[in-house]
Design a protein. Structure first.
Length: 95
């Protein structure tokens, strides 16, 4: 049974799509296909300046596309595959 289309769901999906349309956010999401990484590693891999990398990581995290965990002094980010799949399904159901 498909979830009811609500304004809240629509806003979450719209914000997620908006972030994924940002080339820098998309690079980060693609880079994290390889597994969890910290901000410094992502910055080096994507060649996006550190301030923008951190800003985009926070946006992606707050939108639910990333999860994070602290290990010692570093925060590691990974793709939230469940939310990415849910957004993809939502788009497929309502296209």
């Amino acid at each position: 049974m498909a979830k009811k289309l609500t304004l809240e769901n629509l806003l979450i999906v719209a914000r997620s799509i908006q972030l994924l349309a940002n080339p820098n956010c998309f690079k980060i999401i693609e880079c994290l296909k390889e597994g969890k990484k910290n901000a410094t590693t992502l910055q080096k891999d994507t060649k996006i300046n550190m301030a923008l990398t951190c800003h985009n990581l926070q946006q992606l995290f707050h939108c639910g596309l990333l999860s994070k965990c602290r290990k010692n002094k570093f925060i590691y980010y990974r793709r939230n595959e469940n939310n990415i799949a849910a957004i993809n399904k939502f788009i497929q159901d309502y296209k």
